[in-house]
Design a protein around this ligand. Sequence first.
Ligand code: SF4
Length: 449
Amino acid sequence: MALKGAEIMKMLPKTNCKECGYPTCFAFAMKLATGGANLEDCPHLDPQVRAQLEAAMAPPIKLVTIGAGENALAIGEEEVMFRHEKTFFHESGIAILISDKESESDIEKKLKRIKAFDFERIGQKLKIDLLALCFESGDKGKFEALVKKAYETTNFALILICEDTDVLFSAASLCADRKPLVYPITKDNTSAAIPKLKELGVPAGVKGQSIEALTSVTSELKDAGIEDMLLDPGSKNMLEGIRDQTLIRRAALKKGFRPLGYPTIAFPCFMYQDRFKETLAAAALMIKYAGIVVLSQAEAQFLLPLLVHRFNIYSDPRRPMTVEEKAYEIGNPGENSPVLISTNYALDYFIVSAAIEEANIPAYLCIKDTEGLGVMAAWTSGKFNGEAIAEFFEKYAMADKVKHRKLIIPGVAKKLVAELEEELPGWEIILGPLEGSDIPKFLSEEWKA
Ligand code: SF4
């Protein structure tokens, strides 16, 4: 939001007619400034003023969507240079390059590996987002066959890479409803590309040999009514990439420079032959500030660290990772199964649940909503005390689930024992091990005994 409430107020009709649902124009302006109201709610805005306000209030980096349906990738609309200032919102997409020069069996194997690549970490899916299909064979038929294959046999969002504008848009027309990114749009093919981009409604991957060169193309596209663009400043290595990406982000956020107010794409796959260097460049460019990074292969040993790295960059530093509050049933527990309790801090949950699974003893794992706080922080803030746990037990009818009356609490929560003995009369409160890694031994030896 570029404008402050007082600045918006100056542009409103100032009649205080209340038709927007607010008592005064000033109240409406304040709400607009915080994103809580829409310009459409004021029927008395002059169309020219409305257009000015819309332009001034637009996010400094446009949100652009590539793909359709549940695999669509939205990138952009970032608000800060550094994650600790607030958060980064739309995580970088990871694309895998497939060339039409690769043999059919290699393409088949690559697609199979990409489709099978699906991991979960702390409740989050780690996956590849896009296929980048590259025209290198010089044979239009081969490229179109590759595009058709990717379109018909996968649901991935697509990037089409082709220097020949006719071939590029002919291939794009085969999968236009998937909203593929067409790349590269350059100063040399902009005029030819504009009618095709409008006809197909697909986003444009704009390439320039420098940042300056990008701005003339984006301005021309914008003047033609094309808003969905990604920027490639043509960086040739990691250092250039970090420099260019930082300049683009800074120009958009700090200077409000609209011609660079779009998400970006980077090609570590073309920067390095060495897979380690390529992965390192991708990791660096994800931090600063690539909307998409294109990689040459989908090997787990290179991809998994990158996906975890992305996960860490794009988790919100203002909110701890949490899981849902409930009484989790691990391994089909029964009336004699142990009952353990912990907080909904995601890491606590995954450590304890994995330890229970390792012990191979079915159990109830009670997870209390503590807004993501760990055990001791939640205890000191009153979210994980005797009263709160007693309420949880009543809400989830824990006494009806088991015959015994034994509750295992985290080993660090010694101070909770007396509180719980008072709040849960009849229950024996057992202090569990201090370390999650000791839970399997604890359950196997002490619980069984
Ligand atoms: S509808 Fe428009 S003119 Fe009327 S009070 Fe709201 S902002 Fe002011």
